[in-house]
Ligand binder design. Structure first.
Ligand code: DGJ
Length: 733
């Protein structure tokens, strides 16, 4: 009897999913060439996700897709409905996209479909879906831009109201995205100073996994704002379904990945609500950050190339433009320099063959606030007269004489308490009035929620440019998280500070980029603590890490290459890991935007000659490395080696980088097959970046073979030598 009872319950719970398509009002479709995100306006006039996956070609099939409804012996059992922008206080018991406390204290919001607009935008189509509550004057517009060729979707939401008083927002995700599969594997990238992009994979089970940051500025110091989810299997380079997403926000962000009782995964990317219950005044808009995502059906390699193409074409500053090579003085001189020393560095830069000399930290602040260490000077952007009596114009002139361009470092969002600015404007600083101040790198963060402070920061760049229109490059650093979270400007609205501050920072970056559209700018944050795609609208490139040990860089660059094109990733040859050769260091840096940050006197004539040649090789190969397609071939996480190849868009030139990191004694190494070439074309194989005087030991060096051979048979590129590298150029004949 008891057994029969259990069996009947099981039968009644065994749900058959049927389509509820009959009761819908409308289908909304966001498509790229390979993807479809399909929603329905149901009979209750609410919006639900009904499909996210490979592009559907037969539109008549749309009629059959529906929300899961379960029929059982006991009648109909409703399954969770995948509301596209679910709000707090409704009948969905999982993490909502949006939490609102209305002016009357009510915490429930229900959003109903109002309409849809579509318009063409560069590279694709924008869809705006308008939703509104029926009891409160609250509106949410969902924006989706679908980039057809790149298969990238960018989405954000705009929340507004005209209640009698301000409403309190308690969460404000950019979107909600549902995936339905038996298994999910999250790959996330955690970090710290000099430890950026450490890849880790874990299986997601019932409940929530949160990846977030609460640092305010320098927001990605502990984890990078990007993730990958392997569907049914851990993420793989070449096969399997992979969701890849990243949020464009230079502040606190949070990814919530929630698996519910039916094993449905909901991904919620957004601004982190921690210490940020946001008071939204009536008739104002709260615009969430853009969340940019793609779903690859053939592994993450394809998704990375899609991200690279999209970023170069539509998101990063001067994405299709040329990048300058440079010599930076930071690791060579630190704070210890004067005009003569810098002029010498400029001549060295010319001798090396780079385009530009970049002056780093330490050129400003005077008297007791002189920037001779990290203890003073931030905020006082007047040139240090004892180090540089002729000011920046003197340096610009010296650069001209040396025959290189001149670039300069700034950290304009920050202040040292030892500065004139601090004496004049203590009210411009984020700091607690009633507690002991905590200093990170002896500095504090300026209160960019305050428009006057935004103007001041903008003027840092404007003043340099007005005095020196020849300045040809900026490195914008940000070395401290926000500490002592209190804003004199926000007064009673302290919950708005993290968000208004981030918006203030982005506002200044935008103003600078708009005023100086042709100036390349490097985003830096104590290494790679800032590299989101909002800031990258205003920057041509970012500094991946202060860790320039080439072995570490192989891993760091492997990580960033998941989402960013090589063109956006700065890599410099330095003195980190002197056990590795200059060749190995330069070859690793050549996979990204190549630069140098090293005293050239450290190098022998042979090494210098090698570097000069490597720079000109890199320039020649720009169509492949900077603007082409990347194929990650051998993972440093899985082997003692690493290999990638880049192919120019017209497939006429390609380059392979192969590294032996720490091969074991007598280790068997395997051939590596290239990817992305034209199978029928013939390519000449040339090993380049050889030390002067040494000959290639590569078996097929100088031979001409077919693309098919290179992709099916491959090349013997690995050796048993520690920290050795090979760069192989393939030229179509
Ligand atoms: C941190 C950066 O990552 C370095 O490259 C350098 O610019 C220092 N800041 C200067 O203080």
């Amino acid at each position: 009897m008891k057994r029969k009872y259990i069996v009947s319950i099981l039968i009644s719970m065994a749900c058959i999913c049927l389509s509820s398509a009959a009761s819908r009002q409308q289908i909304l479709r966001i498509s790229t060439d390979r993807l479809d995100l399909i929603m329905e306006v149901a009979d209750d006039n609410r919006l639900y996700q009904i499909y996210f996956g490979e592009h559907l070609t037969d539109t008549t099939d749309m009629a059959w897709i529906g929300r899961p409804v379960c029929k059982s012996d006991n009648g109909t059992l409703e399954k969770r409905q995948r509301e596209v922008y679910s709000c707090s206080g409704n009948e969905d018991y999982f993490e909502p996209a949006l939490g609102i406390v209305h002016a009357d204290g009510n915490r429930s919001t229900y959003l109903y479909f109002q309409g849809i607009d579509k318009r063409p935008v560069e590279g694709g189509e924008e869809t705006i879906i308008r939703l509104a509550d029926d009891r409160y004057p609250v509106k949410v517009d969902l924006h989706y831009v679908a980039y057809s060729k790149e298969n990238i979707i960018k989405t954000w939401s705009v929340i507004s109201h005209n209640e009698k008083e301000a409403v309190r927002l308690t969460s404000f995700n950019s979107t909600m995205l549902y995936l339905d599969a038996p298994k999910y594997y999250l790959t996330e990238f955690h970090s710290d100073w000099a430890e950026e992009m450490r890849e880790k994979t874990l299986e997601l089970g019932f409940g929530k996994k949160v990846v977030d940051t609460k640092l305010g500025s320098r927001s990605n110091m502990f984890c990078q704002p990007l993730f990958e989810v392997g569907i049914n299997q851990p993420v793989h380079e070449q096969q399997g379904t992979v969701l890849m997403g990243t949020i464009a926000w230079t502040g606190n962000w949070r990814y919530t990945l929630e698996v519910d009782n039916n094993n449905l995964l909901c991904v919620l990317p957004g601004i982190n609500p921690a210490a940020s219950d946001y008071l939204l005044a009536a008739n104002t808009e709260f615009v969430t950050p853009e969340f940019i995502f793609t779903l690859s059906l053939s592994g993450r390699s394809q998704a990375s190339r899609d991200f690279h193409d999209w970023a170069r074409r539509y998101q990063i500053k001067d994405g299709m433009g040329r990048r300058v090579t440079l010599l930076n003085n930071w690791e060579n001189t630190y704070f210890d320099f004067d005009e003569a020393k810098l002029a010498e560095c400029m001549r060295e830069a010319k001798g090396l063959g780079v385009d530009l000399f970049l002056l780093d930290d330490g050129w400003f602040g005077n008297d007791e606030n002189a920037r001779n260490s990290d203890k003073a000077g931030l905020g006082d952007w007047g040139v240090n007269r004892s180090k540089l009596p002729n000011g920046i114009p003197g340096l610009v002139k010296a650069a001209e004489q040396a025959g290189v361009q001149f670039g300069i470092w700034i950290e304009p969002e920050m202040i040292n308490p030892k500065s004139e600015l601090f004496k004049k404007h203590p009210d411009w600083v984020i700091t607690l009035p009633n507690r002991e101040t905590y200093y990170y790198r002896n500095q504090l963060v300026l209160d960019l929620a305050n428009p006057k402070v935004q103007d001041y920061v903008f003027k840092v760049v404007e003043d340099i440019m007005t005095e020196n229109p020849e300045v040809a490059f900026f490195k914008w650093d940000c070395n401290s998280p926000i500490t002592n979270i209190y804003s004199p400007y926000e007064k009673a609205q302290q919950g708005n500070l993290y968000i208004d501050h981030a918006r203030g920072v982005m506002n200044v970056m935008k103003r600078v980029a708009e005023k100086y559209p042709d100036i390349p700018m490097m985003l830096c944050s104590g290494g790679g603590g800032r590299c989101d795609y909002e800031a990258m609208k205003h920057f041509t490139e970012f500094w991946c890490s202060d860790n320039t040990d080439p072995v570490e860089r192989i891993f760091i660059q492997w990580g960033f290459s998941q989402f960013f094109p090589a063109k956006a990733m700065c890599a410099h040859v330095t003195s980190w890991n002197k056990d590795s050769s200059i060749k190995f260091r330069t070859d690793v840096a050549s996979m990204c935007k190549l630069g140098f940050d090293i005293g050239l006197k450290e190098m022998s004539d042979k090494e210098l000659e090698y570097c000069r040649k490597a720079i000109s090789n890199w320039r020649r190969l720009n169509p492949a490395i900077m603007d082409g397609d990347l194929y990650r071939l051998v993972s440093p996480y899985e082997t003692n080696h690493m290999a990638v190849n880049y192919v120019s868009k017209d497939r006429s030139s390609a380059v392979m980088f192969a590294y032996d990191i720490h091969p074991r004694f007598s280790e068997t190494v395997h051939r590596v097959c290239l990817q992305g070439l034209e199978a029928k074309a013939r390519y000449k194989i040339t090993e380049i970046n050889l030390m002067p005087g040494s000959l290639s030991e590569l078996q097929l060096d100088g031979k001409v073979v077919s693309g098919e051979y290179l992709m099916k048979v491959g090349l013997d590129v690995f050796t048993g030598k520690q920290m050795s590298s090979r760069v192989i150029e393939l030229t179509k004949q």
